[in-house]
Design a protein around this ligand. Structure first.
Ligand code: HEC
Length: 206
């Protein structure tokens, strides 16, 4: 074979390999974004609150880059937990559970009742490793849509926003397939309008 041709073939093979490897990394990163970190720290409620206070402004700025009006100023919404708690189902991150004013019955929902259309539930998250390293985590969002807007997900829209404001997936927008698993799990609590609510030991007492 002509040696120039061989060189070109070798180069394109190398280039292809780079593309394949990079794609692999991107996928791995994406998975890390919602798969458990291995060594979450054990924190007291006070420590978890203090960590969150040192990070929450930065977290809000990150999510804001997604330009999703529905989570604008979410940190001023009612908060339903008394301290960030580890959520095994959301990647072993420390999470908070906020709900907008429309979701007035989020905390008192009885079996068979539903949240009103326009309800938005926002769960921000941070990771704290056992070496004490603190990082903003993803934001998990549920929005109650108009009746019939999304029959497959009982009219809930699920969105996951990464700490830098990029949208990992939106069941009503880009990369819907990436967040289809959200509703699959939330279906376990269909009788509570697909919401799990906060673990008992972290519920605000009022
Ligand atoms: C394996 C099960 C599971 C998966 C998958 C899952 N969740 Fe959850 N989700 C839960 C549980 C359990 C809670 C309540 C406890 C907690 O906060 O961890 C919850 C709570 C929430 C809440 C607060 C509202 C509520 O249910 O009380 C939001 C918002 C939320 N999840 C969004 C999402 C989004 C968005 C995804 C997908 C990116 C997702 N969840 C994937 C189990 C899951």
């Amino acid at each position: 074979m002509d040696s120039n041709l061989q060189k070109i073939l070798r180069q394109s093979a190398a280039a292809l390999l780079v593309v394949v490897l990079t794609a692999g990394l991107v996928v791995a990163d994406g998975e890390n974004a919602h798969i458990a970190i291995e060594n979450p720290a054990e924190l007291s409620k006070e420590e978890a609150v203090a960590h969150y206070r040192s990070l929450n402004k930065r977290m809000a700025r990150g999510y804001a880059a997604a330009q999703l009006d529905l989570i604008l100023n979410y940190q001023s919404w009612p908060l339903f937990n008394d301290a960030p708690y580890i959520s095994a189902t959301h990647g072993q991150r420390f999470v908070n559970s906020y709900a907008n004013r429309m979701a007035h019955n989020y905390g008192t929902l009885q079996e068979g009742e539903e949240l009103p259309m326009g309800s938005v539930l926002a769960k921000d998250s941070m990771t704290v490793t056992d070496e004490g390293r603190l990082h903003p985590g993803a934001m998990f969002i549920m929005e109650k849509l108009a009746e019939g807007a999304s029959p497959d997900t009982a009219d809930w829209r699920y969105i996951m926003v990464l700490p830098d404001g990029s949208v990992f997936g939106d069941t009503l927008g880009d990369r819907a397939g990436e967040v289809a698993y959200c509703h699959v799990c939330h279906e376990q609590v269909a009788d509570r309008d697909y919401t799990f609510y906060v673990p008992e030991e972290y519920r605000k007492s009022e």
